[in-house]
Design a protein around this ligand. Structure first.
Ligand SMILES: Nc1ncnc2c1ncn2[C@@H]1O[C@H](COP(=O)(O)OP(=O)(O)OP(=O)(O)O)[C@@H](O)[C@H]1O
Ligand SMILES: [Mg+2]
Length: 381
């Protein structure tokens, strides 16, 4: 392992941030492994790259071997500073619907956080793959009951985070934490249907880095209108808008605000987005055959006035009432099975036995699995 960091491992505490010690990160040559204090992590493969830096699948070796995800900060000083502050706060969130942060290390050129590894995909990637699935010429959309279920789990995580008292890095109590960057790429779903929100409090740091680098893509459609106006202070209702907008996209494979708005020029994008917010986006009913109650919940979450939106708790209740009104509705197991079937279809694997199980468990989704977009103009992805 090379010595790319500027501290000695005899004393792995490299400073203090308020009440917390800052622990050193060492990155090996060619990024094959990292070391944070005494914890050694082999880096297996790069999973993706967001606005901030790379995300890797790693194996943490501390007596037992555990899968983890490692997110690097990139080299920008303000991102690194923000990451340390936010990671400290976000690490205190301990909930099944939120990816838990377990370590933070400060390196010489970049920093890293270690979090739960979600063995699946983010909901944006899942949607894109299924929408392009060539076994069905029109692609496959995620049935709205499953989108509701994904949103329902996210509401539970948001309610927890929005209402929990947390101690910040200086020992002060902060009431609740706002995510500020809920989007399909920050909603992770594993192969068993568990849904987790990632990047609590730190996603926006990536967006800010990306903005400055002119690499801002794909996030603007999920920004609440008040996030575009920098003079307005945002609260937790911004997350509710972003969750509604994410559900809109997952159900239709279209952004509420069109991609062309996302030009990379922030001033232009924000201006266009503000105009679309004023004039409104196509209602869900116009794009797909959709149950009216689902459309109503999404559009209330996406109210332009934050005061008209749900709280996370209220939105979860509304989604429960909608999904389980017939006494039977989606479950985590059903969602996992659904994605396994679609993965099997795409990968040409034998799926007969999965289909048999699915028919017994979820008759409604088998019938609905191919949902046609209503109008031809909406079919171009
Ligand atoms: N804990 C995790 N487990 C598994 N995969 C993850 C995890 N966190 C992130 N990923 C994957 O890595 C990809 C890159 O994540 P990253 O957060 O850097 O970018 P992003 O979510 O697309 O945008 P942003 O930088 O705004 O968050 C994600 O799309 C996701 O698929
Ligand atoms: Mg992310």
């Amino acid at each position: 392992m090379s010595s790319s960091s500027n501290f000695s491992f005899e004393d792995q505490t490299v400073g203090m941030d308020g009440i917390n010690p800052i622990v050193g990160l060492e990155i090996s040559d060619e990024k094959k492994s990292i070391q944070i204090a005494n914890a050694h992590i082999d880096l297996i493969e790069k999973i993706g790259e967001g606005g901030m830096g790379e995300v890797w699948h790693g194996r943490l070796k501390t007596g037992v071997v555990k899968n983890v995800a490692v997110k690097f900060s990139g080299s920008r000083l303000d991102s690194r500073e923000g990451l340390r502050r936010e990671a400290n706060l976000a690490a205190k969130l301990d909930h099944h619907a939120i990816t838990q942060i377990s370590m933070y290390g400060a390196g010489k050129e970049e920093d890293a956080i270690v979090m739960d590894y979600v063995n699946g995909a983010d909901s944006g990637k899942l949607m894109e793959r299924f929408a392009k699935c060539n076994l069905h010429t029109d692609g496959i959309l995620i049935p709205e009951r499953f989108v509701a279920f994904i949103g329902w789990v996210c509401c539970e995580g948001l309610d927890y985070a929005h209402t929990k008292d947390l101690e910040d890095h200086e020992g002060d109590i902060v009431h609740g934490i706002i995510h500020r960057d809920i989007s399909p790429s920050n909603i992770l779903i594993d192969n068993h249907g568990s849904t987790k929100i990632s990047d609590f409090g730190i996603g926006i740091l990536s967006s800010e880095s990306a903005r400055e680098m002119g690499k801002m893509t794909g996030k603007l459609p999920y920004f609440a209108p008040e996030m575009i106006d920098s003079s307005v202070e945002i609260d937790e209702k911004a997350d509710i808008y972003s969750l509604g907008a994410s559900m809109y996209t997952l159900a239709t494979s279209r952004n509420p605000i069109s991609e062309s708005t996302d030009s990379g020029n922030l001033g232009l994008m924000a201006g266009n987005a503000a105009m679309i917010h004023r004039t409104g986006f196509p209602p869900l009913e116009e794009i797909i055959d959709v149950e009216p109650e689902f459309a109503r919940i999404v559009s209330k979450a996406m109210s332009l006035d934050p005061g008209e939106r749900y709280s996370a708790d209220e939105m979860q209740d509304a989604l429960s009432a909608y999904m389980y009104s017939s006494g039977f509705g989606p479950t985590r197991k059903a969602l996992g099975l659904y994605f396994q079937i679609l993965n099997g279809m795409i990968g040409d694997q034998p799926i007969g036995h999965l289909m048999e199980r699915a028919k017994k468990k979820m008759p409604y989704f088998i019938e609905n699995r191919k949902i046609r977009l209503k109008k031809k103009k909406y079919r171009d992805l």
